[in-house]
Design a protein around this ligand. Structure first.
Ligand code: CAA
Length: 704
């Protein structure tokens, strides 16, 4: 095994290189080897200063996150990083940390234990632990305020956002930005400071006294708002506050206590699951890494509606020129106007410069014809959701597109194989299901047709990364992963209304569970007509005699399409603020009376269980059918496409944390009450629950 840490010399400067690919995580052995290398350099007479640098693409990405799973499972004791860092800080020769890529979590904590930090212009530093449901555990909450001040440390530790090199320099986290060769610059810097006193971060207390009144309460308020429901951000704030009250050593002890509470929490387990599930989602077992990937230099989008415009923006944001086609000048103008307004809003909010906006607009070519389509590498269809029109479009682009051009449909429900049958090249056809607004939402469902080629799939996955999307592969079933699961979720929300829960209760209970909004508010936002159209398309699949929601179609027939018409499940004012609508309440009551549904008081707990377990049960079926490759893929879809709280890990991970036996019992209760057509437990769920297993450990390929 190659050395995790190596020690070399450049004259009077020792160079310690950490080499633990891919991201130099502080896996077991790395902190030990780092400390040993520094001690050895310190004991080497002629050495006057020491540079620590990372091999490969980055400095240190933090603790090894996989180790946390083992520690929590009791398979390994936790070896605290802090003593290693204290030893580095106590080195009597100056230690210069040279940062490129990222210094995150334990990586930044290590960097702060050095006496100086130099940084490459493109590098970033941060304490992103809250994204894993934990807090810095090796003095980060105590050292960062000493370098960057209380306000910034609070922000970085509680929100987890990294800062880039120029800001790190301005804050005092870094001492110099090195343009060009980092190692050469770091060695030159080390020569400059060799012989000067080595400042210890833990002894720099001057910034600890400099903070405004109410700063902690304000930070808590912000964390409660932007990280609703999460415990780690509040723990991080407590730890930073401790730095202002306690000496360094005691502050570190307080940090360790809080770290341990967080590490052994369900939230941390869930968020660590999400970290790995997100990365696993891009792997397709029968599409190996070596599969050729086509280059996407130019793209085209058909349809400049909400979805088409958003997709075109996504391409332009990634620097890919894109043709945007519509059938009428009016629709094209309207679509482009929305795109321009969206960009202008970003400029107004300071998120985008005017020049960048112009550049992006210039990458989008609006047109009414197929001119230039023959030169594109990928065409995305985003027209009206109906099979006939989709087939028409695909037969047209099949005639125009060059061989090798990928033909993608943004359908959210329809059969990709049926769409592909309108072309003579089914192997080039794939689903690219974006979520609205496409330029904002990070999820992209890649839908695999029967004939979709491995290259098209590998290219789609690589393209998703370039577009800054999180891609998940879905099989070709109506609604794929996300929308298929949404069906039962929506259904239960509407049944609950019929059985007596007010619209506001259903929305509030799921909001309190952690969803960004309740299901009926979500439907109102998306537009009730969208689901109406889909229901019409799939009416032939409805089983006679099976209960189905009574009111949604009625609302649409009345022209109540949700927020855009000011009325849907709720009533909306000109600022789109909702209020209860007695007309809807009366409609629901009357529909329930006519259908003979007994009305009763319903608890919030029942609202949550029926909604969320409906997702879980359908997810289990998708998994067993192979429509989703892994339980984690379903979680990623629900977190990134529907706002399921990441700190609950996604619906399947949530079910695992509740316990599949408990989940099964509850579903069987619902089955007894509401009938097997709606609530028979998915066979996979039953099997796993009865054998004491979890979705997380289920391997869809082997079916075990
Ligand atoms: N531990 C273990 N594995 C890690 C890791 C870590 N800290 N960071 C990344 N990896 C792995 C990924 O799982 C991935 O593995 P696979 O190739 O097998 O999927 C591989 O490294 C590459 O990662 P990415 O695909 O994410 O690569 P990227 O270039 O897009 O991003 C990164 C690189 C910015 C470092 C990103 O990986 C990242 O943000 N990592 C996590 C950083 C983090 O949260 N650090 C804090 C850890 S907790 C801590 O340090 C607590 C403490 O106080 C001691």
């Amino acid at each position: 095994m190659p050395d995790l840490v190596t020690l070399t010399r450049q004259g009077e400067i020792a160079v310690v290189t950490i080499d633990n690919p891919p991201v130099n995580a502080l896996s077991p052995g790395v902190p030990e080897a780092l400390q040993a290398a520094i001690e050895s350099a310190a004991g080497d007479g002629p050495v006057r200063a020491i540079v620590v640098i990372g091999a490969g693409r980055t400095f240190i990405a933090g603790a090894d996150i996989r180790e946390f799973i083992k520690i929590v499972a009791g398979q390994r004791p936790r070896i605290a990083l802090l003593p290693f860092l204290l030893a580095i800080e106590d080195c009597h020769k100056p230690v210069v940390m040279a940062i490129h890529g990222a210094a995150l979590g334990g990586g930044l904590e290590t960097a702060m234990a050095g006496h100086y930090r130099v940084i490459a212009p493109s590098a970033q530093v941060g304490q992103p632990e809250v994204n894993l449901g934990i807090i810095p555990g090796a003095g980060g909450t105590q050292r960062l305020p000493r370098l960057a001040g209380i306000t910034k440390a609070l922000e970085m530790c509680s929100l987890g956002e990294p800062v880039r090199a120029p800001e790190a320099l301005a804050l005092g986290i870094a001492d110099r930005i090195i343009e060009g060769d980092l190692l050469a610059g770091a060695v030159a810097f080390a020569r400059e400071i060799a012989g000067a006193p080595a400042p210890k971060t833990r002894e720099r207390n001057e910034k600890l006294r400099d903070f405004g009144a109410g700063v902690f309460e304000a930070a808590r308020e912000r964390a409660r708002h932007s990280r609703r429901g999460q415990t780690a951000p509040l723990a991080a704030i407590d730890a930073v506050e401790a730095a202002t009250r306690l000496p360094f050593e005691e502050g570190c002890r307080r940090e360790a206590e809080l770290f341990n509470q967080c590490l052994f929490s369900t939230q941390s387990k869930a968020l660590i699951h999400v970290f790995f599930a997100e990365r696993a989602a891009s792997r397709i077992p029968d599409v190996p890494k070596e599969t050729p990937v086509a280059e996407i230099r130019r793209a085209a989008v058909i349809g400049a509606g909400t979805m088409g415009g958003g997709i075109a923006m996504t391409y332009a944001n990634a620097g890919i020129p894109v043709l945007l086609k519509e059938v009428s000048q009016e629709a094209l103008d309207r679509g482009l106007d929305v795109v321009r307004r969206n960009y202008a809003n970003s400029v107004k909010k300071g998120k985008l410069s005017q020049a960048a906006m112009e550049q992006r607009m210039a990458l989008i070519t609006p047109q009414l014809t197929y001119d230039g389509f023959a030169e594109t590498d990928l065409i995305v269809e985003a027209v009206f959701e109906g099979m006939a029109v989709k087939k028409q479009v695909f037969s047209e682009i099949d005639r125009i597109a060059r061989p090798g051009c990928i033909l993608a449909s943004n359908t959210s429900y329809l059969n990709i194989d049926a769409i592909a049958s309108a072309t003579g090249r089914a192997e080039m056809v794939v689903g690219h299901h974006f979520f609205s607004p496409a330029n904002v939402m990070r999820l992209l469902e890649i839908v695999r047709g029967r004939a979709t080629s491995p290259t098209v799939l590998a290219t789609s996955m690589a393209l998703a990364r370039r577009l800054n999307k999180i891609a998940v592969l879905a099989g070709n079933a109506p609604g794929f992963i996300g929308n298929r699961m949404l069906g039962p979720y929506r259904r239960e929300a509407e049944f609950l209304l019929e059985e007596g829960a007010p619209v506001e209760q259903v929305n509030q209970a799921l909001h309190d569970f952690g969803m960004p909004m309740g299901p009926l508010a979500m439907l109102d936002l998306a537009g009730l007509d969208v689901g109406w159209r889909v229901r019409q398309e799939f009416r032939h699949l409805e089983k006679p005699g099976v209960r189905r929601p009574l009111v949604a179609d009625r609302l649409c027939e009345m022209g109540r399409f949700g927020q855009k018409t000011g009325r849907g499940w709720s009533r909306y004012d000109e600022n789109r603020r909702p209020s209860p609508d007695p007309e809807v309440a009366a409609l629901i009551e009357e529909a329930a009376r006519q259908a003979g549904i007994a009305r009763r008081a319903i608890s919030d707990e029942e609202v949550i269980d029926r909604s969320i377990l409906a997702l879980v049960n359908e997810g289990a079926r998708l998994l067993e059918e192979g429509i989703a490759l892994r339980a984690g893929d379903i979680d990623i879809v629900y977190i990134n496409g529907y706002g399921f709280p990441a700190w609950r890990g996604g619906p399947m991970c949530y079910a695992d944390t509740v316990g599949l036996r408990t989940v099964l019992d509850r579903i069987q209760e619902f089955e007894e009450r509401h009938g097997p057509e709606l609530w028979s437990p998915a066979p996979l769920l039953k099997r796993l629950a009865e054998s004491g297993e979890t979705f997380g450990s289920y391997d869809a390929r082997s079916g075990k």
